[in-house]
Ligand binder design. Structure first.
Ligand code: A2P
Length: 315
């Protein structure tokens, strides 16, 4: 399995199991199926509200001798309602307790958006705190302290634009090492990828298959599985379109976290790491870019607050 090697020598497997949208009652089995299939990277987040079940599965994997803690790369994310410096340690404690771990390999600030404590999904402007009230630098400094404490081996961000990264890297003690963003053939983010490469940050692609199982799906959303170009590449390599989308990310040097709770698809997605796309394939896929976001950030726009889609992605 291809890995991303961090500056201290730690290696993150390029393909991880995504757990966003993995339902209670299913996610634990998915994690165990994934580990049995050979996954060594699991991507979690407090807001997915399934970390306790994942923790049970991890414990079972360790207790049964399937793997040991040091074999796995576990990522989790700080939710937006805990951005104040005195709230970050408690959020980390809760995630560690739920996952039944004493450290994370990677802890990410989930969004550059702050919510009042206890708000999971905002309903009105009143649920937000502005970035003037809680600057990302305050949150970041508290995350740096988690590395000092040994609770996080690496820290990073998610859904950060180039400008926000530039600002953060310019003033922090520890530089972010990861930016997890939406990536797939319709949203290739080449400018951001170049910036991250030149700045020593890795990228992880979320929604690599277009997240068709989202509850807030729009009727007219494109279906990446139906793109003729991807079908052609899949036919050429005798693999599935999903595997082409995953292999494309591995080939670009990013990590990728396809979500599945189906044992066969979990296995299939990991095997995508063995598919070598050639230059023709990569060029064909490069031409598909449309700058199209499935996760467009409009859910952060509430009348009267300071967050806009424009300020999120193009500030
Ligand atoms: P399932 O969990 O039933 O396998 P994303 O990773 O972009 O969020 O996409 C997740 C969606 O893609 C889920 O609906 C998941 O369904 C589906 N999926 C995951 N792997 C595959 C695959 N190999 N082939 C087809 N659909 C897949």
């Amino acid at each position: 399995m291809k890995t991303l090697e961090f500056s201290n020598g730690d290696k993150m497997p390029a393909i991880g199991l995504g757990t966003w949208k993995s339902a209670p009652g299913e996610v634990g089995k998915a994690v165990l199926d994934a580990i049995k299939a050979g996954y060594r990277h699991i991507d979690c987040a407090a807001i997915y509200q399934n970390e306790a079940e994942i923790g049970e599965a991890l414990k079972e994997a360790f207790d049964s001798g399937l793997v040991s803690r040091s074999d796995l790369w576990i990522t989790s994310k700080l939710w937006n309602d805990s951005h104040r410096k005195d709230q970050v340690p408690a959020a980390m404690e809760k995630t560690l307790k739920d996952l039944k771990l004493d450290y994370l390999d990677l802890y990410l600030m989930h969004w550059p958006v702050a919510l009042k404590n206890g708000v999971l999904q905002p309903k009105s402007a009143d649920d937000f705190l502005s970035l003037d009230e809680v600057p990302v630098e305050e949150t970041w400094n508290a995350m740096e302290a988690l590395v000092d404490k040994g609770q996080a081996r690496h820290i990073g961000v998610s859904n950060f634009s180039e400008n926000k990264l530039r600002k953060l890297t310019g003033c922090c003690r520890m530089r972010p090492e990861m930016n997890q963003v939406e990536l797939h053939p319709y949203l290739q983010q080449r400018g951001l990828l170049d910036f991250c490469r030149n700045t020593g940050l890795f990228m992880t692609g979320y929604s690599p298959l277009g997240s068709k199982d989202r509850s807030n799906r729009k009727d007219d959303e494109p279906d990446l599985f139906e793109l003729p170009e991807l079908k052609e590449v899949a036919k050429k390599h005798d693999c599935t379109v999903a595997q082409v989308m995953i292999a494309w990310q591995v080939n670009r040097g990013t990590a990728v976290i396809p979500k599945s709770t189906n044992a066969e698809r979990i296995q299939q997605n990991l095997e995508a790491g063995n598919i070598d796309l050639d230059n023709d394939d990569m060029e064909k896929i490069a031409k598909l870019d449309k700058g199209y976001r499935f996760i467009d950030g409009t859910f952060w726009e509430k009348e009267g607050n300071s967050y806009t889609v424009e300020s999120l992605w193009n500030d």
